[in-house]
Design a protein around this ligand. Structure first.
Ligand code: COA
Length: 342
């Protein structure tokens, strides 16, 4: 029986007898480790600066011949194996990324081929570092509406391909990787209870990759002007991230009539240890509640909370029936908070 103590905001909709749960998760990070000491040799930075300002010690970098679709396929295969789902039974693949293999076709289609999910529809979404929560919520709609029974949601990034390796303000922060979740109806579980998402296009310019779209199509000049790399106003992003994640978290908790101490594990977007701490403090959460693997991977954008969720499950930090709060924030600006009964 579903837990009667949990108020499920979706129950007021006409979804009687249907819930959307995560059957299993999987993740993948490339083998190559780039440490702060390695970066000290390439740019004017120090391990001490990076550690104290961000909490990051190392990040993973994909091989030259390893692309977003390859990492996504590895993570997806792990999640499908654990969920005991044959790839041929996947109905839909939604892939969140800002570093697709190419502008089109969608990287989700390349993943479909790589994992043999030939019966699945497939598309990409782009909500930057918030992409995984946006994609979960989209996937959830297909399950709850009974359009599909099995949806594969993936967050995957090869951020090393858009880093300006001469810009110490940004290149120390990001890494590559992928995480995936299998969404299905599951009896006796509330599954994805709610997701509060938001955006603020007025702040689109504080975090962007200006070149490569129709605004600045690739030319020799856009390349020499370094428009194809990620650009960021770190201070503005920092403030906006803390405010947006704390506000979204409160809204999600309010919708479910939950206090923060009912949440077993808070999994925030792994951007910066100081952001994680500030959000945790604002929510009145204990340090034990807030999961972090930032030290080892840095910011992997859309893959970040997906990889962290997989590790939290692997490490036994959450068990079936526990409540999880996913918190994300990214370019757009975009943000989101999702509460899941695991
Ligand atoms: N190594 C050494 N010094 C560095 C450096 C690095 N890697 N990067 C920047 N600096 C320098 C700056 O040039 C600046 O020097 P100056 O005072 O001589 O001009 C100095 O450090 C302080 O920079 P500041 O911007 O004040 O640092 P900060 O405390 O704001 O920290 C960030 C910078 C990027 C770590 C921080 O703003 C941040 O984490 N922002 C959010 C980023 C983020 O999460 N983005 C992704 C969101 S999805």
């Amino acid at each position: 029986m579903t837990n009667p103590e949990i108020k499920n905001p979706r129950a007021k909709h006409d979804f009687i007898g249907r819930t959307c749960s995560i059957s299993a998760v999987g993740s993948y990070v490339p083998e190559k480790v780039l440490t702060n000491a390695d970066l000290e040799k390439r740019i004017d930075t120090t391990d001490e600066w990076i550690t104290t300002r961000t909490g990051i010690k190392e990040r993973r970098i994909a091989a030259d011949d390893e692309h977003t679709s390859d990492m996504a396929a590895h993570a997806a295969k792990r999640a499908l194996e654990r969920a005991e789902v044959d790839p041929a039974d996947v109905d839909l693949i939604i892939l969140a990324t800002i570093t697709p293999d190419m502008p089109f076709p969608a990287t989700a289609c390349l993943v479909q081929e790589k994992i043999g999910a030939h019966n699945a529809a497939a598309f990409d979404i782009e909500a930057a570092c918030s992409g995984f929560v946006y994609a979960l919520e989209i996937g959830q709609q297909f399950i709850m509406s009974r359009t599909y029974d099995t949806v594969l949601v993936i967050g995957a990034e090869k951020l090393s391909s858009i880093m300006d390796w001469e810009d110490r303000n940004t290149c120390v922060l990001f890494g590559d990787g992928a995480g995936a979740a299998v969404l299905q109806n599951r009896e006796n579980s509330h599954g994805l209870l709610t997701a509060c998402m938001g955006a603020d296009g007025r702040k689109a310019s504080i975090l962007s990759q200006p070149g490569g779209g129709c605004l600045h199509p690739a030319t020799a000049k856009t390349v020499s002007d370094r428009l194809h790399f990620l650009r960021m106003d770190g201070k503005d992003v920092f403030k906006s991230a803390v405010n947006a994640m704390a506000t979204a978290a409160r809204e999600a908790l309010g919708r479910c009539e939950l206090e923060i101490d009912r949440i077993k594990c808070i999994i925030p977007h792994q951007a910066n240890m100081r952001i994680l701490k500030a959000v945790g403090d604002r929510l009145g959460a204990s340090e034990d509640q807030v999961f972090s693997n930032l030290e080892r991977y840095g910011n992997t954008s859309a893959a970040s909370v997906a990889i962290a969720l997989d590790e939290a499950v692997e490490q036994g930090k959450v068990e079936r029936g526990d409540l999880i709060l996913l918190l994300v924030f990214g370019a757009g600006l975009t943000w989101g908070a999702a509460i899941i009964e695991w």
